[in-house]
Design a protein around this ligand. Structure first.
Ligand SMILES: Cc1ncc(COP(=O)(O)O)c(C=O)c1O
Length: 314
């Protein structure tokens, strides 16, 4: 991780090195944290946060699923994101807002919880590597399933959910793959350890629906919107495992993974064994939102105005 100077915590900008928690913090023991991953892109008009409001609303929604309230409003957290980007003078970045049940009780579900909130922002390149972004990655279907319905809610982006991702991803790495794909408990496709999954067959784009134990990704929604505008038919539905092997193209989406082509699954080549033509077109349209070549979605970009003092001196 590339360290920066400052982090925002409970309303204040503090030095990175001082952003620590007590060892008896509840979230550390029981996975009771609610978080987001958001990207800041360098655009011709300066740094812009992608779909910031949607991410912060999802953070509040995650807390709501767990019956918790983040005391900072969506607007206040948006301001915190802006402040931490400016404080660290970042042009592009990954933002990590995290709310967690804090110090004070070792009960699994304390009656009164302190919910702390921090927002970090730091530089982060392609999650699955530049090579993967351009030429595709090698994935496998994991022996670990995603959480069953009505166990750990997958529409919540909570710390504890990532124990599933940890198992899926580390098994994939141990077996020599770049990423693992989890199935639902009834053997249908779900998603990658930290990404949503799309496949293309005969020009139609398929993705597991929201009842397939997925996180309802904001990048997933972006790609569905862009692909429909590009004239593709999109089907959100339950998908069998073997459909993956027979797909013409497969790709992952996520804030960290962006749009990453998958060139093989379980050592079976997908399509031509490289980024396919539809995937490439979608990638180009996606990244075009940040260099100005894709228009019509400017409302998804939250521009960070320079700090007042910098404005004066400019
Ligand atoms: C399990 C999981 N699925 C899907 C996604 C993609 O979600 P988004 O596009 O909102 O980043 C993520 C990314 O955080 C994830 O962790």
């Amino acid at each position: 991780m590339q360290e920066v100077e400052f982090i925002w915590k409970n309303g204040k900008i503090i030095p990175w090195a001082e952003a620590t928690v007590h060892l008896m913090t509840h979230g550390l023991h029981y996975g009771t944290s609610f978080f987001e991953g958001i990207r800041v892109y360098e655009t011709p008009e300066g740094p812009a946060v992608f779909r910031l409001e949607e991410h912060i609303k999802r953070l509040h929604d995650t807390a709501k699923i767990y019956g918790q309230t983040i005391t900072f409003s969506v607007e206040e957290i948006i301001t915190a994101c802006e402040d931490v980007i400016r404080a660290n003078k970042l042009k592009s970045a990954y933002i990590r807002p995290i709310a967690y049940v804090g110090y004070g009780s070792m009960l699994v579900a304390p009656k009164e919880c302190t919910i702390d909130l921090a927002v970090a922002a730091f530089p982060w390149g392609a999650y699955l590597g530049d090579e993967g972004l351009n030429n595709g990655i090698d994935a496998c279907v994991s022996s670990w399933n995603r959480a069953a319905p009505n166990t750990i809610p997958t529409l919540a982006k909570a710390g504890g959910n990532y124990l599933s991702g940890f198992l899926i991803c580390s098994e994939a790495h141990d077996r020599g793959f770049d990423e693992g794909i989890g199935l639902t408990v009834d053997g249908k496709l779900s998603e990658g350890a930290g990404e949503n999954l799309f496949l293309i067959k005969n020009g139609v784009i398929y993705t597991p629906d929201s009842s397939s134990s997925i996180l309802s990704g904001i990048t997933r929604d972006t790609i569905i919107t862009l692909a429909k505008e590009m004239g593709y038919e999109i089907r959100e539905q339950a998908i069998s495992r073997e459909a993956l092997y027979l797909a013409d193209e497969v790709f992952f989406t996520g804030t960290a993974a962006e749009v990453t082509p998958v060139r093989s699954i379980d050592r079976k080549q997908i399509g031509e064994g490289q980024a396919g033509p539809v995937t490439k077109k979608i990638q180009k349209t996606f990244f075009g939102m940040f260099n100005g070549t894709t228009t019509g979605h400017e409302h998804w970009l939250h521009h960070i105005a320079p700090a007042a003092s910098a404005q004066k001196s400019a």
